[in-house]
Design a protein around this ligand. Sequence first.
Ligand SMILES: NC(=O)c1ccc[n+]([C@@H]2O[C@H](COP(=O)([O-])OP(=O)(O)OC[C@H]3O[C@@H](n4cnc5c(N)ncnc54)[C@H](O)[C@@H]3O)[C@@H](O)[C@H]2O)c1
Length: 260
Amino acid sequence: MPDRIRLDGKVAVVTGAAGVIGTAAIKLLAERGARIVAVDRDEKQLLVAIKGLPAQAEAHAVTADVTQEDEVADYVRAAMDKFGAIDVFYNNAGIEGDITPISRYSLEMFRRVLDVNVVGVFLGLKHVLPVMLKQNRGSIINTASIAGLIGSPEISAYTASKHAVIGLTKSAASDCTGTAVRVNCVCPGLIDSRMLSTIIAGRNPGNAPVPNEKIVDRIPARRLGLASEVASVVAFLASDEASYVSGSAYTVDGGRTAAY
Ligand SMILES: NC(=O)c1ccc[n+]([C@@H]2O[C@H](COP(=O)([O-])OP(=O)(O)OC[C@H]3O[C@@H](n4cnc5c(N)ncnc54)[C@H](O)[C@@H]3O)[C@@H](O)[C@H]2O)c1
């Protein structure tokens, strides 16, 4: 069967591109034909991620901190200078913050998590939307999380931030009323990744190993998700196949939030 989810010629800007999910996303979007602008604050890892792209991929790396408005404006300008359009924006950079109960959560870290996960997403929207609205086309995908849908222990700032990302997504989609610009978010569940390992370890002082069966206990799929499985949903939302999808929060969680 031919692959209908093609992104040939589209320009895709991806933040957090050096991370586990971002790297999987730039790889899949490039394989599907997109030209990539990969953004991350970690310059070294960003170059590693770019090196992993298919040989024929057209890609440009921009080192930027998503919490700094001038640096966000710079990555948008860099994309326009390089490729002349932005068709897809995967607004994905995020941090987990501390893993600790609210009573012990530092105000400084709480603010830091909101700064990266909410202000960073907001600034990306603020600077990319005018480009897309002018083009009258484009697809934005924010990375929320199942932590944007349910609460779970010891990640209060992260949970608050991801609830906010879903709200920002709906608000931005409404701002695009009457245009061909769509805004959605993905809500990954437990993805096999550095971030998940950090959260699990943070909840287990002394680092007692947690059996895999216990971790996947409440996931109907009975396994962790893969970053590539998040990327697949991002590619769908980025594509013209999702032409009537906007304001949605897509879970990629093996059924976790649907289960009791
Ligand atoms: N891993 C999971 O299980 C999981 C589940 C749900 C949602 N998410 C979300 O998916 C996204 C990607 O997570 P991941 O697992 O790839 O994490 P990761 O830590 O591997 O990648 C995050 C990337 O964001 C970058 N980043 C952080 N702060 C930044 C800043 N201020 N400016 C620019 N770049 C910055 C980091 O350098 C890193 O490369 C995050 O928003 C995360 O909250 C992850």
